[in-house]
Design a protein around this ligand. Structure first.
Ligand SMILES: [Zn+2]
Length: 309
């Protein structure tokens, strides 16, 4: 009975294919895999291959083999096979999506640089501020000490002036104190000038830090704005099938892990797998996980589609 169904099916496919003047092989293979899922491997080959992604064809084929194994190993079945004229064409298509990914990766390193110089500037500022505050507090106590001694000196001078005469000893002491006060006064003025120029320098550093923070924020905002449309789904790849055959287009990937995941996901669609809810799953609608193995829900989906108990 099962054999009869297959024969009737084959005849109807042949009639359909001739009537539609489509490639018999394509139509047959597509329909065969749909109605007799997972019975024989899907043969795939490389179609368009844009070198702007910066990976070699050999590397791409290796990644495809890794992606295959994600399904084949747990199922213990040969589900996909590379063949130079395989019916399922895998295309690597460079467009704005990958361009954006490359742009983001450049932005990422320039943001790292900005972040680094912002951190360095802030650390330098904090160090200089600490030293300045220490110097400033030393200055305050030295100034207070100076003012006290100056007050005493002026009081003594006023007192001796009222008395009219002073001993040589007292006169010498007062002269020594006056000399000290003059020297200390110019040292304090010098220190005050230094502190003022330090404050000006610290203020300039704050302005610099703020400018850095603003451009860093602007950079982060721009990065988020550009990357937002990329995080919407598995739009790094697309599986499509029509009378001309089956194709997988890969548009974008940020690293090898993501590429293998995209390939495994789209190969899954070529097996007629649907999306599953598990975020770690290969067949989740978003390629956010780093998981490289088919999850329980992936395998449930394969078993359902492949009609395996
Ligand atoms: Zn999908």
């Amino acid at each position: 009975m099962k054999k009869l169904v297959e024969i009737i099916f084959l005849i109807s496919i042949v009639i359909y294919a001739i009537a539609n003047k489509d490639s018999l092989t394509n139509t047959w293979q597509l329909a065969y895999h749909k109605y007799f899922p997972c019975r024989s491997p899907i043969y795939y080959s490389i179609g368009e291959f844009d070198t702007r992604f910066g990976i070699s064809k050999e590397h791409f084929i290796e990644d495809l083999a890794t992606a295959e194994k994600i399904w084949e190993d747990p199922m213990g079945k040969d589900l996909f096979k590379y063949s130079s004229n395989g019916n399922l064409k895998i295309n690597l298509i460079y467009d704005s999506r990958q361009q954006t990914t490359d742009e983001l990766s450049n932005m990422d390193s320039s943001l790292d640089n900005s972040r680094g110089s912002y951190d360095r500037l802030t650390a330098q500022y904090n160090k200089e501020l600490l030293a300045h505050n220490q110097k400033s507090s030393d200055f305050e106590s030295r100034l207070a000490n100076f003012n006290a001694r100056k007050g005493n000196y002026e009081r003594d001078v006023a007192m001796f002036n009222r008395q009219g005469s002073v001993s040589t000893d007292v006169k010498n002491r007062l002269n020594t104190e006056r000399d000290y006060l003059n020297t200390e006064s110019s040292a304090i003025n010098q220190l005050q000038t230094e502190l003022n120029s330090e404050i000006a320098k610290l203020n300039a550093m704050v302005a610099d830090i703020n400018q850095n923070a603003n451009s860093l924020n602007a950079g982060v905002n721009q990065y988020n704005r550009i990357s937002e449309p990329l995080s919407e789904g598995f739009n790094e790849g697309l599986y499509r099938s029509n009378s001309k055959g089956q194709e997988i287009d890969v548009y974008q990937f940020s690293d090898d892990t993501k590429l293998v995941r995209v390939l495994a996901h789209e190969l899954g669609h070529a097996l007629w797998l649907e999306h599953v809810d598990d975020e770690d799953a290969i067949m989740h609608r978003l390629n956010t996980s780093e998981n490289m193995q088919a999850t329980e829900s992936d395998l449930e989906e394969v078993k359902t589609v492949c009609k395996i108990k």
